[in-house]
Design a binder for this molecule. Structure first.
Ligand code: NAI
Length: 327
């Protein structure tokens, strides 16, 4: 049987953690033949560590055959030690009266420290997924704080936006969500993201032609996908944790095991393609194979798309400028 791999998860006692850990331990992320050791980081605070202990009791009680060990900790150097995968979920949420700049600064501190810890102790091939918001900028900070690790190892989660877009398109066309190909989401994980179905197909037929409604695209589809998180909070009284955890599983599974030629969306550091400046962590269409992602290049960007891409890029660059002095 395979040697266990080490999977670090931060914010492990949080909402997303609770929807995520059991699925990783059951083999849904890395395969039903891949044992895992979970290295779980929570803030050192007594209450958080106690909650983490409770989650671990439940993990034990699932008796997952693939769960080869669990290491709870309050120390990033322990959590990331030899980590093959790191899911950075824990982040500082916006508190009452907190300005955007305060939020960026609080998270910059967390992701600088975690980037440095990854740099020091993680596997040189560690695959990092940042889920905690602002996810793209947090991933950028972690990447910049880990100069000895390859830049390409740092990614941010746009997959929830991608999956939300797919579900809206399935509902609109009456087709199966699993049959949608070549969908992507450009930019920031925020309401400025640009979900783009111009290239998408279902059974080889153009989704754009099937829908043939630019007003629906601009006035219904994009706002619905962009504000979906807020709509779920409004309905449920809690944020979208299960679908976020599911998207994290999808992102990591496809990165590790391949997407079989299918386009998926990942927030990755730009190398300058599509006019996105180098290092900006941007949602792009990629395919994945042999543990590597590859950008889908050469797509035509029309005027409407360029405007949307410029807007989400501007937001990311403003966020980057807001943390520049902290790096
Ligand atoms: P939560 O508040 O339930 O859990 C977060 C956990 O992280 C808490 O237990 C907290 O103690 C822990 N934490 C905070 N700072 C930490 C640190 N420095 N090290 C380790 N642990 C730390 O929040 P939830 O619902 O689990 O969401 C987590 C994050 O994911 C939030 O930032 C949320 O905005 C983001 N999110 C991102 C999505 C995406 O698509 N990229 C989708 C949904 C949520």
């Amino acid at each position: 049987s395979k040697k266990p791999v080490r999977v670090a998860v931060t914010g492990a006692a949080g909402q997303i953690g609770y929807a995520l850990l059991f699925r990783i331990a059951s083999g849904e992320m890395l395969g039903k033949d891949q044992p895992v050791i979970l290295q779980l980081l929570e803030i050192p605070d007594e209450k958080a560590q106690k909650a983490l202990k409770g989650v671990i009791m439940e993990l034990e009680d699932c008796a997952f055959p693939l769960l080869a060990g669990v290491i709870p900790t309050g120390d990033p150097l322990v959590a990331f030690k030899d980590a093959d995968y790191a899911l950075l979920v824990g982040a500082r949420p916006r508190g009452p009266g907190m300005e955007r700049a305060d939020l960026l600064a609080a998270n910059a501190q967390i992701f600088t420290a975690q980037g440095k810890a990854l740099d020091q102790v993680a596997s040189r091939n560690v695959k990092v997924l940042v889920v905690g918001n602002p996810a793209n900028t947090n991933a950028y900070i972690a990447m910049k704080s880990a100069p000895s690790l390859p830049r390409k190892n740092f990614t941010a989660m746009l997959r929830l936006d991608h999956n939300r877009a797919a579900s809206q398109i399935a509902a609109k066309t009456g087709k199966a969500v699993g049959d949608i190909e070549k969908l992507t989401v450009w930019g920031n994980h925020s309401p400025t993201m640009y979900a783009d179905y111009r290239f998408a197909t279902i059974d080889g037929k153009s989704v754009k032609d099937m829908i043939n409604d630019q007003v629906w695209n601009a006035d219904t589809f994009l706002p619905t996908v962009g504000k979906r998180g807020a709509a779920i909070i409004e309905a449920r009284g809690l944020s979208s944790a299960a679908s976020a955890a599911n998207a994290a599983i999808d992102h990591m599974r496809d990165w590790a095991l391949g997407s079989n030629g299918k386009w998926v969306t990942m927030g990755i550091p730009s190398d300058g393609q599509y006019g996105i400046p180098k290092d900006v962590i941007f949602g792009f269409p990629v395919t994945t194979e042999n543990g590597e992602y590859k950008l889908v290049e050469g797509l035509e960007i029309d005027e409407f798309s360029q405007e949307r891409i410029n807007k989400t890029l501007k937001e990311l660059q403003d966020e980057q400028a807001g943390v520049a002095h902290l790096l």
